[in-house]
Design a protein around this ligand. Structure first.
Ligand SMILES: NC(=O)c1ccc[n+]([C@@H]2O[C@H](COP(=O)([O-])OP(=O)(O)OC[C@H]3O[C@@H](n4cnc5c(N)ncnc54)[C@H](O)[C@@H]3O)[C@@H](O)[C@H]2O)c1
Length: 436
């Protein structure tokens, strides 16, 4: 099948390469000339494990190519996937400008009957609105909702072996049903993974899934605060609660608050959509508030560890991305913390295995971004672990203590809580844990 992916970011590039891997002829389009040029030189503009091999293999096989948006590519396509951004507007709702622009363009450039697939995360009612935008096009356009559930860091595996594939379209639209079923057939050989539904249900499913996950994180952050005041340990509580098969063990980790390009924006958009319909989605709104509070709490805790004032203090940050195995800094709690530290006069040295260039681009010379994790802790008054990259799991603590000015460790992911670090001369704090 001829597939055209519009928007070649974290989702679009994985989607395009994934469909090419299944034998389709795919072109990925993006407005960003630098991105297209890089991809044409076989350079992957983002860090996503396994994506470089997947892209290289399919480019070599002649099934995957990259281009600036062109009418010819749309005219030839059977399926057009919209994978552009849907950032948060000032009022908390999703900004659909990029989605609308692409839909209007496809309506003009369409050269045969095609399916326009909404893969970007869009609020309920967008499918209907896009139908109105493409109405009157020269060839029929079938609008289908197919939200993406991949997670950065495991995106390739998630795309090629998804838990489920949600497709929202009219049941009687056999053109759309047949083509979507054929497209995803290779992923359904062991079992059917497609859950068919009406478009509003598909649109809502994506927001509910992300909000549910974000809610678990915020709740565990509240539980961690409770652990601190009553003398309980978050690890024990998490293990015991998560072993209940009705609850499950995933997304129960206390930390510095969730981040990334999806959870914060999707929780906020769900609250906004509710309000547009006269509903207050209380739990989602509280999830967002708790997340913001967690970020402030982290900063206050660090400041207290540093004697109540960070001015002139040297703080080392390990990990700047919102989670490991990605280079994405969007809505990262580390960025919020560094912002607070530098605005209060601290001197920050930061390390990240994959995002050093992005951190430099973000902060300029306000932050000393170093190539080696140990260089960051040199003469530091505190080391803050913000992202649980594997290489930080088991550092040489003797070396760390020897390099630091004062041996204060603030482990915002609780990865060192079992190491007995206080006995090794450190001042240690985690999130809701009595460990170390
Ligand atoms: N990142 C994730 O893990 C993830 C997971 C599931 C769903 N989503 C959703 O997928 C969508 C895309 O997210 P992303 O993280 O890939 O965004 P991104 O910012 O990485 O990529 C979007 C790309 O679209 C391009 N673009 C914008 N307008 C365009 C146009 N008119 N023509 C061609 N290209 C255009 C941009 O240049 C950019 O490269 C969002 O709605 C997001 O919520 C993201």
């Amino acid at each position: 099948m001829r597939v055209c992916v519009v928007g070649t970011g974290y989702v679009g590039l994985v989607t395009g390469a994934g469909f090419a891997e299944m034998g389709n002829q795919v072109v990925c389009l993006d407005l960003d000339q630098a991105k297209i040029d890089a991809l044409r030189r076989n350079e992957i503009p983002i860090f996503e494990p396994g994506l470089d091999d997947l892209v290289a293999r399919n480019v070599e096989a002649g099934r995957l190519s990259f281009a600036l948006p062109s009418d010819e590519e749309i005219a030839a396509a059977q399926l057009v996937f919209i994978c552009v951004g849907t950032p948060t507007r000032k009022d908390g709702g999703a900004d659909l400008t990029q989605v609308d622009t692409v839909a209007a363009w496809v309506a003009k450039a369409v050269g045969r009957e095609l399916i326009l697939v909404l893969k970007s995360t869009v609020p309920v009612g967008t499918n209907e609105r896009i139908r109105r935008i493409v109405e009157g096009s020269a060839h029929p356009i079938h609008v289908v909702s197919n939200p993406e559930f991949l997670k950065q860091g495991d995106a390739v595996a998630d795309f090629l072996r998804p838990d489920r594939i949600v497709v929202g379209c009219d049941e009687e639209d056999t053109f759309a049903v047949d083509l979507m079923a054929r497209l995803y057939h290779p992923l359904c050989l062991d079992r059917n993974r497609i859950i068919w539904m009406d478009p509003p249900s598909a649109e809502l499913t994506k927001y509910v899934a992300n909000t549910m996950l974000a809610m678990r994180i915020s709740f565990m952050n509240e539980v961690a605060a409770m652990c601190d005041v009553v003398g309980a340990d978050i690890h024990r509580v998490r293990e015991a609660v998560g072993s209940d098969s009705r609850i499950g063990s995933k997304f129960l980790y206390a930390g510095p608050g969730y981040g990334g390009s999806c959870f914060p924006k999707d929780v906020s958009a769900l609250v906004h959509t509710g309000r547009q319909h006269g509903l207050e989605i209380e739990l989602a709104a509280a999830t967002d508030r708790v997340n913001s509070r967690q970020r402030s709490l982290i900063y206050r805790k660090l400041r207290a560890m540093l004697g109540g004032d960070v001015r002139g203090k040297r703080v080392a940050i390990w990990g700047c991305t919102f989670k490991p195995r990605t280079d994405d800094l969007r809505e990262s709690a580390a960025i919020t913390l560094i912002d607070a530290l530098i605005s209060d006069g601290a001197l920050v040295a930061a390390h990240d295995p994959e995002a050093r260039d992005a951190v430099r681009a973000h902060f300029g010379d306000k932050v000393n971004v170093v190539e080696d994790a140990y260089t960051a802790v040199q003469a530091a008054d505190a080391l803050v672990l913000m992202t649980e990259w594997r290489e930080y799991q088991n550092p040489d603590f003797d070396r760390v203590r020897g390099l630091m000015h004062t041996p204060i460790l603030f482990d915002c992911r609780n990865i060192w809580s079992g190491y007995g670090l206080r006995g090794q001369g450190f001042v240690y704090a985690g999130i809701g844990t009595k460990g170390s």
